[in-house]
Design a protein. Structure first.
Length: 540
């Protein structure tokens, strides 16, 4: 029998390479100086392209326009738009002048939009005109009277956008440089609202230092260079798109490729094929949708070598197909959260399939992680499940205007408490075993839905599965499996599912309820809303 580990569940990403001390604007200028003629941004839907030199000029033009409209350092500029080149220009232009860009979820309706505009004090709002039948102009009109600090509304593709850019002609390059000289890398630069499951969302406030370094180190870990072209079907409003994507790309002189305004599996694969992308991002549900296209095999994806899968745990079988059929031999799993800019753990390019499918990687350079007992706060021995905490340059400045909420998750030692249950293995790799709030407690037994989901992904008739706990009179909770079938014409019964689990899962982990669904309720960033599954399918 192997002796229990005496090593603690703590790891520190030591590195001889220092952190970047730049602002976002200064870092972009370094890329422009090194690669002025390489492509920086391609928008496939419109066919528009920018080299680094052209991109920098467009960013500065917009930055001068914002200065002309009186945007001061620290003022909040909202961006409420689907993926488009203007979103990226706003990201870098606000950073250039020290404004705080407020990311607004494209799925928000009037109630949520109004809350975010008021809570962050947005003075200038840049927005799409609409998306998927929603008229953004009308929603802005509805909420504007209750947003006293909102003084200007700009709509992409309309005269108001052109007027904002043209206003910059009254501001000199010297005035723009003077503003840049006032900025510190520790200044707040971005507010991202976390999609809370209860109450209103909280605005994670991030600095140049937070997001620039995190994007840079994610890019370093997958080996980006100026030769890479990265397809981004993930939303820019989230860290996945604008930090791991845009900042990870431009800090290495690579190229941002926008396949569509929002995720479309066929448009994504077409963009990879046409632009010869070397890297592709997505949450697992996106990769599943791409792999399940009827004509998937007809796309030429041979240019791919890497990519990032994050946002939620990746099923083993999906990862195997991504590596084998999408040519992404170096695909990386990332783990993180908005409040940590976002990535803390990442798999490495030379990791074997077990680490790439069974873990979320090891700690990134300059970051610390530990696994603690959620009740006592004591660091646990390696191999024992507990709450994952992280500390370092990536931890947010705080929730905007909510110091009490900040103190609930960032302790006195500056450790961010993630709310995730994890195991730190002897080799330093971490496994996420669930959310503290998602853990099912059945008759006193702790059940981690992730383990059951991984097992059920091996069933030949199951395309996707989510496991949740629902109330039970005797046991407190019981296990419900929500399943999307590979072939809806070939239904699966509960008895068949339970027979598949028999003698392969402990009896208390075997689902006692089954729901066959066409789709799961999702957030706009591609995460399954388990709370909705629990509420929708709780016993009568």
């Amino acid at each position: 029998m192997t002796a229990p580990s005496t090593a603690l569940s703590y790891a520190h990403g030591t590195s001889a390479t220092p952190l970047l001390g730049d602002t976002v604007g200064a870092n972009l200028q370094r890329a422009v100086d090194a690669w002025p003629d390489r492509e920086a941004l391609v928008d496939v839907p419109s066919g528009r392209r920018w080299t680094y030199g052209q991109f920098s000029s467009a960013v500065d033009e917009l930055a001068r326009g914002l200065l002309a409209r009186g945007v001061a350092k620290g003022d909040r500029v909202g961006i409420w738009a689907v993926n488009c080149p203007e979103w990226v220009l706003v990201q870098y232009a606000t950073a250039r002048i020290g404004a705080v860009m407020v990311n607004i979820n494209p799925a928000y309706r009037a109630h949520e939009l109004g809350y975010v505009l008021r809570q962050s004090g947005v003075s200038v709002l840049v927005a799409s005109t609409g998306h998927k039948g929603t008229d953004y102009r009308e929603l802005v009109r509805q909420v504007a009277p209750d947003c006293p600090e909102l003084r200007e509304r700009v709509f992409i593709g309309e005269d108001s956008w052109d007027a904002l850019v043209a206003a910059g002609q009254s501001v000199t390059a010297g005035q723009l440089e003077a503003r840049g000289a006032e900025l510190s890398c520790d200044d707040p630069i971005n507010i991202q609202y976390t999609s809370g499951t209860t109450g209103f969302p909280k605005g994670a406030t991030l600095s140049h230092h937070n997001i620039l370094n995190n994007g840079y180190w994610v890019g370093e870990t997958v080996g980006y260079s100026e030769q890479d072209r990265v397809c981004l079907p993930v939303p820019f409003y989230h860290c996945f798109g604008m930090v791991m994507g845009n900042l990870g790309i431009t800090s290495h002189g690579a190229c941002i490729v926008i396949p569509a305004p929002s995720f479309e599996p066929a448009a994504t694969l077409r963009a990879v094929q046409e632009e010869r992308c070397t890297s592709l991002y997505g949450v697992p549900t996106m990769f599943i949708a791409e792999l399940n296209l009827p004509d998937f095999a007809e796309y030429d994806l041979s240019s791919l070598r890497t990519g990032i899968m994050a946002g939620s745990p990746c099923p083993v079988e999906v990862m195997k197909r991504v590596v084998a059929e999408m040519h992404m031999a170096e695909v990386s799993i990332c783990y993180g959260m908005t409040e940590t800019s976002p990535v803390s753990l990442q798999t490495r390019r030379d990791d074997d399939l077990e680490r790439r499918t069974g873990t979320v990687g090891r700690v990134l350079p300059h970051i610390e992680v530990k696994v603690i007992d959620p009740v006592t706060g004591v660091t646990l021995p390696r191999g024992e499940p507990g709450e994952l905490c992280t500390r370092g340059y990536s931890v947010m400045l705080g929730y905007w205007g909510e110091p009490e909420k900040t103190a609930e998750v960032v302790d006195a030692g500056r450790w961010m408490h993630t709310g995730d249950l994890a195991v730190l293995r002897e080799d330093g790799y971490a496994q996420i075993v669930g959310r503290i709030k998602d853990m099912i407690i059945r008759g006193g037994e702790n059940i981690y839905p992730r383990e059951i989901e991984e097992f059920l992904y091996g069933h030949p008739r199951i395309a996707d599965v989510q496991v949740v706990g629902v109330p039970h009179e005797k046991y407190g909770e019981e296990v419900l499996a929500c399943v999307i079938l590979r072939d809806p014409a070939d239904p699966l019964t509960l008895d068949e599912l339970r027979a598949y689990c028999h003698d392969r899962l402990a009896h208390y982990k075997v689902p006692s309820r089954l729901r066959l669904l066409d789709a799961f309720p999702m957030t706009v960033s591609g995460k399954v809303r388990k709370i909705e599954l629990r509420e929708a399918y709780r016993p009568e």
